[in-house]
Write a protein that binds this ligand. Sequence first.
Ligand SMILES: *[C@@H]1O[C@H](CO)[C@@H](O)[C@H](O)[C@H]1NC(C)=O
Ligand SMILES: *[C@@H]1O[C@H](CO)[C@@H](O)[C@H](O)[C@H]1NC(C)=O
Ligand SMILES: *[C@@H]1O[C@H](CO)[C@@H](O)[C@H](O)[C@H]1NC(C)=O
Ligand SMILES: *[C@@H]1O[C@H](CO)[C@@H](O)[C@H](O)[C@H]1NC(C)=O
Ligand SMILES: *[C@@H]1O[C@H](CO)[C@@H](O)[C@H](O)[C@H]1NC(C)=O
Ligand SMILES: *[C@@H]1O[C@H](CO)[C@@H](O)[C@H](O)[C@H]1NC(C)=O
Ligand SMILES: *[C@@H]1O[C@H](CO)[C@@H](O)[C@H](O)[C@H]1NC(C)=O
Ligand SMILES: *[C@@H]1O[C@H](CO)[C@@H](O)[C@H](O)[C@H]1NC(C)=O
Ligand SMILES: *[C@@H]1O[C@H](CO)[C@@H](O)[C@H](O)[C@H]1NC(C)=O
Ligand SMILES: *[C@@H]1O[C@H](CO)[C@@H](O)[C@H](O)[C@H]1NC(C)=O
Length: 755
Amino acid sequence: MKKVVIIIFALACLSILQKTSYAADVLTPTSSIKGGQELISAGQNFSLGFFTPGTSKSRYVGIWYKNILPQTIVWVANRDSPLNDTSGNLTVAADGNIVLFDGAGNRIWFTNSSRPIQEPIAKLLDSGNLVLIDGKNSDSDSYIWQSFDYPTDTMLPGLKLGWDKTSGLNRYLTSWKSANDPSPGNFTYRFDQKEFPELVIRQGMNITFRSGIWDGIRFNSDDWLSFNEITAFKPQLSVTRNEAVYWDEPGDRLSRFVMRDDGLLQRYIWDNKILKWTQMYEARKDFCDTYGACGANGICNIKDLPAYCDCLKGFIPNSQEEWDSFNWSGGCIRRTPLNCTEGDRFQKLSWVKLPMLLQFWTNNSMSLEECHVECLKNCSCTAYANSALNEGPHGCLLWFGNLIDIRLLITEEDAGGQLDLYVRLAASEIESTANASKRRKIALIISASSLALLLLCIILCLSKKYIKRRRTTTDLGHRNHNEDQAPPLFEIDTILAATNNFSIENKIGEGGFGPVYRGKLAHGQEIAVKRLSKTSKQGISEFMNEVGLVAKLQHRNLVSVLGGCTQGEERMLVYEYMPNSSLDHFIFDPKQGKTLKWRKRYDIIVGIARGLLYLHQDSKLTIIHRDLKTSNILLDNELNPKISDFGVSRIVEGDHFAVTTNEIVGTIGYMSPEYAVNGLLSVKSDVFSFGVIVLEILSGTKSNNFKVKHPDHDHNLLGQVTKTNHMQCNIDFTVKATSRSFFVLCLPLPVLTFS
Ligand SMILES: *[C@@H]1O[C@H](CO)[C@@H](O)[C@H](O)[C@H]1NC(C)=O
Ligand SMILES: *[C@@H]1O[C@H](CO)[C@@H](O)[C@H](O)[C@H]1NC(C)=O
Ligand SMILES: *[C@@H]1O[C@H](CO)[C@@H](O)[C@H](O)[C@H]1NC(C)=O
Ligand SMILES: *[C@@H]1O[C@H](CO)[C@@H](O)[C@H](O)[C@H]1NC(C)=O
Ligand SMILES: *[C@@H]1O[C@H](CO)[C@@H](O)[C@H](O)[C@H]1NC(C)=O
Ligand SMILES: *[C@@H]1O[C@H](CO)[C@@H](O)[C@H](O)[C@H]1NC(C)=O
Ligand SMILES: *[C@@H]1O[C@H](CO)[C@@H](O)[C@H](O)[C@H]1NC(C)=O
Ligand SMILES: *[C@@H]1O[C@H](CO)[C@@H](O)[C@H](O)[C@H]1NC(C)=O
Ligand SMILES: *[C@@H]1O[C@H](CO)[C@@H](O)[C@H](O)[C@H]1NC(C)=O
Ligand SMILES: *[C@@H]1O[C@H](CO)[C@@H](O)[C@H](O)[C@H]1NC(C)=O
């Protein structure tokens, strides 16, 4: 066996040796390469040779990294005219140009320099650039021809993208058609118009992404700002009257920038440790980067997940119904028409990506005030801004017509200032928003002062208790708080009357600790009574402590405990009654599920998150619920979610470090792996369960239901998400999962109906 392996290995080595027998880095009129032969750059960084991509049958001449597997092609010569058989050679013709011949001697690809060359040499450089130089005149830096001037889909360090008046070239990236076909695909990445250079991805003619306009210092967008943090490559830009070029200085690691055939623009660096390309950056990194994501006069805020879009101030949705169902493509229209002749005002918008320059006018020597006046002169002028930031903000830029592709920038640092946008509105709009903000301010002051009072109360009430607590963790039931005010108590007779002596008709469910009954108090309030079974191990004092604690947790997204009741062996918890039962009855029910629109699902998710945040942070105690699941989320009559069942919850004191516990409780399918396996408990365990709930709400599928399987594979919901890292729910949502956290990306599509 070993021998066979060795022989195969030796054969493989031999064939590699044969393959690379031509290992020079230059071609001259007297030499050529054909199939199986390569040019190799002096430092062994790149190879040039013939290759056949993927499943294709065609052959191409290209450049790839010599020492990187799988073969990573960075340039293709004859992307439009492949070779169809194994014949053909690449050489330098007598006229000084590089030529690719097919077997029949046709020139199927060639460089077309017309400069006379005495001693033409084609050389593959260590930068990955194939250059044509004159051996007689080799001192000159300028190449007669270079592959960097004709990029395909990849930008390597040193390759200058953009236009240059002196050479007349406009270099841009064009995606491959597909992984198996290097011919030009639908996506390009290039500098758009020359007055305000901007890097733009287009699909055919349609823009899908833009970098933001050049403000004299940088592109007016997050991406450019966040580039500063990356050291693996050093992006450079030169924008003058004669050129707009963008390139990377070589950094400390190999990097490349690719316009992919699926429309994504990605930057990779080579990781020497794992021997893989890792992605560093992606244009269109989020929803708001999608060109025109919020339609005309909309503004995108990525922090407003998932209702990303708003109308600009003074604008309203073109169609409220579409807008509510997250279809923002219709954009926004003015609430009040402009007066134009008199009295229009401007609303200042700061820290935004300025709108696309579709129809604009500019004068680089005007002041902001002159710009303001200039805009007012023309009825179709809708916004203005300074046109540049270098040498201080100056110049004038006017927009006409609809404002498209505005987003709030998220990068916080403000290096070198920013361009503010002034949006034209009818005077009445500015006044009404000014009034509104005044009102809001007053309300804020009132609520702030009442909040302060409330906080003071809470601090006074809790401070004593905090000092007393020593242990790092306590079960809710083990807390000693004699000083706590007694929880409200119900007489057993009241409960018996309300629940009709715990009649079987009143029974609405079975909780973890015993049956749950519905009841009605004398004054009409409906209640739910959880009767702890006699076999429950909870002692009376623990039980009362629990009631006391849960009664103190007041939040609209937590179920309210009205009180407790103990008598003899009977122990009961009295809750407000939730007419709509629990979430699982809704989302997993084929009929009810259809009535739950996406907007409502979203509200439910946000509600649960709020309740959870309260438990984890805002309630002053840190409480880990430990058994979050859809059947523990109750819905009130307006379908507001309320977290219930704190039977196994725990208080964690001090910081939220994980604690180890031997007693693992929870529900299969919702427990985080580190908790289920190692007993490591932290607030993150709840967050994991929350993620599972989100997936269930989105997909309408039970996480632990192995019967409902995907037609294409065997995984349950979580298995599918973690296995594929990428789940498509009815193509309307993309749910991505990393090992510990979930991201839900919502696309602007209509209300979901799950089937
Ligand atoms: C290879 O085949 C394609 C498609 O049939 C054709 O367009 C191309 O000209 C052929 N190339 C050569 C070198 O014959
Ligand atoms: C390359 O191909 C051309 C055309 O078939 C042929 O004339 C030339 O001799 C070939 N060069 C070499 C070195 O084989
Ligand atoms: C070479 O020819 C192509 C068209 O075949 C043309 O686009 C390009 O500008 C030419 N380049 C030179 C250097 O003449
Ligand atoms: C060639 O590769 C070596 C090692 O990977 C690297 O240090 C060097 O910078 C590369 N040369 C160029 C011109 O990229
Ligand atoms: C390019 O776009 C056209 C028109 O949208 C489409 O029909 C075609 O399939 C696209 N090609 C690729 C390779 O995606
Ligand atoms: C460009 O957009 C138009 C209208 O939205 C669409 O019909 C067309 O297919 C798009 N073209 C490409 C190449 O995607
Ligand atoms: C969104 O609204 C536009 C009209 O503004 C409509 O043409 C389009 O079909 C809608 N998109 C979806 C996915 O419903
Ligand atoms: C514009 O405002 C002036 C002064 O307030 C008013 O007289 C005029 O009617 C308004 N014009 C329009 C078109 O609203
Ligand atoms: C630009 O503005 C300056 C200052 O207002 C003015 O002198 C100049 O004529 C303007 N230029 C153009 C082309 O409008
Ligand atoms: C207003 O600006 C638009 C767009 O530049 C232009 O077509 C129109 O002539 C201007 N109108 C006036 C009155 O200047």
